[in-house]
Ligand binder design. Structure first.
Ligand code: ZN
Ligand code: FE
Length: 162
C-alpha cells in the first residue's frame, strides 16, 4: 500500500535526521582525536556537509508536515559509542587515525545504505523533488567515504604499519 510505504519512508527519514544530528555532535570529537591534519580537516569538512544534511532533512520533513524529532536512531548511537570506545582504547596516535577512519567508514556506509533506500522509496512514491535532495546527500556521503579510503591508503595505514 502506498500509504504504508509513505509511513515507512517518513519514519526512516526521521531516524536519519536523528543520525545526522548525532553526527553533528560526534564529528568535532573525531576531528579532535585525529593526529594527522588531513584527517582532522576531512572530519571538519564532513561536519559542514552533515549540518547541511540535517537542514535538508528538516526541510523535507516539515514539508511533509511531520515532526522532525519524532524518532531517535539507536543504530547510529551504537556506531558512535563503539567508535569512541575504540579510539580511547588505542594509545598509539598513528594506529588511532587508522581506527578512526575505520569507524567513520562504517558510519558513512550506514548512511549510504539509508539514503539509497530513501531515494528509491521517494521515487516509488512519486516524490521526485525529495528524490533529488536525497540523491544529492547520497553523493556527498559517497564522496566523504571515498576521501576516507584515500587518506587510509595513502597516509594513515602506512604510518600505522610502521
Ligand atoms: Zn550525512
Ligand atoms: Fe556522513
Amino acid at each position: 500500500m502506498a500509504t504504508e510505504l509513505r509511513q515507512l519512508y517518513l519514519s526512516e527519514m526521521q531516524e536519519q535526521r536523528s543520525a545526522e544530528e548525532q553526527l553533528v555532535q560526534a564529528l568535532p570529537k573525531m576531528s579532535e582525536m585525529a593526529r594527522e591534519t588531513g584527517l582532522a580537516e576531512a572530519f571538519q569538512e564532513h561536519l559542514r556537509e552533515t549540518r547541511g544534511h540535517l537542514d535538508r532533512l528538516d526541510g523535507l520533513l516539515s514539508a511533509h508536515g511531520v515532526e522532525p524529532r519524532a524518532h531517535s536512531d539507536g543504530s547510529m548511537t551504537a556506531l558512535i559509542t563503539e567508535s569512541e570506545k575504540w579510539a580511547k582504547a588505542i594509545d598509539d596516535h598513528e594506529a588511532r587515525d587508522a581506527g578512526l577512519i575505520s569507524s567513520a567508514q562504517r558510519i558513512e556506509h550506514y548512511e549510504i545504505a539509508v539514503y539509497g533506500t530513501l531515494a528509491t522509496w521517494a521515487k516509488q512514491l512519486g516524490l521526485n523533488d525529495d528524490m533529488e535532495v536525497l540523491l544529492g546527500i547520497l553523493d556527498e556521503e559517497k564522496t566523504a567515504n571515498d576521501k576516507l579510503s584515500h587518506i587510509a591508503k595513502a597516509d594513515a595505514n602506512p604510518r600505522a604499519a610502521h
